[in-house]
Write a protein that binds this ligand. Structure first.
Ligand code: FES
Length: 117
């Protein structure tokens, strides 16, 4: 019998029932399926962006989804610079937005204060 004709009850893989995972994002609770990334939980809940750019204040969320672009940075349990597309959500994760202002541009009179000559 070809594989495509297997009845579901005869499927040898038999995936386990999905378990839920719950996290908070900026104080609100979200649930997803265990195994999802933080970005997956947020996107699945309808949250499309969770930080803004430093320069223009433009919304950002997932861009590449594979850990390359760093557009999805969040703070997780106090740890900064976590890529939401790479970190699996775990129960009781506390996720907050990470918005950083641009660093000051060094000027001639700031030289000695910032370690430049
Ligand atoms: S979306 Fe690109 S690193 Fe996460």
């Amino acid at each position: 019998m070809p594989a495509r004709m297997l009845p579901p009850s005869g499927d040898p893989i038999r995936p386990l029932p999905a378990e839920q995972v719950a996290l908070t994002f900026d104080g609100a609770e979200f649930t997803g399926t265990r195994g999802q990334t933080i970005a997956g939980v947020l996107l699945g809940s309808g949250v499309l962006s969770w930080r803004v750019t430093s320069g223009g204040g433009k919304p950002r969320g997932v861009f590449c989804g594979i850990g390359v672009c760093f557009d999805c940075l969040v703070v997780v349990n106090g740890q900064r610079d976590v890529r939401a597309c790479q970190r699996r959500a775990t129960d009781d994760d506390v996720v907050t937005t990470q918005n950083d202002p641009l660093p000051l541009r060094p000027t001639a009179d700031m030289g000695s204060e910032v370690g430049h000559d």
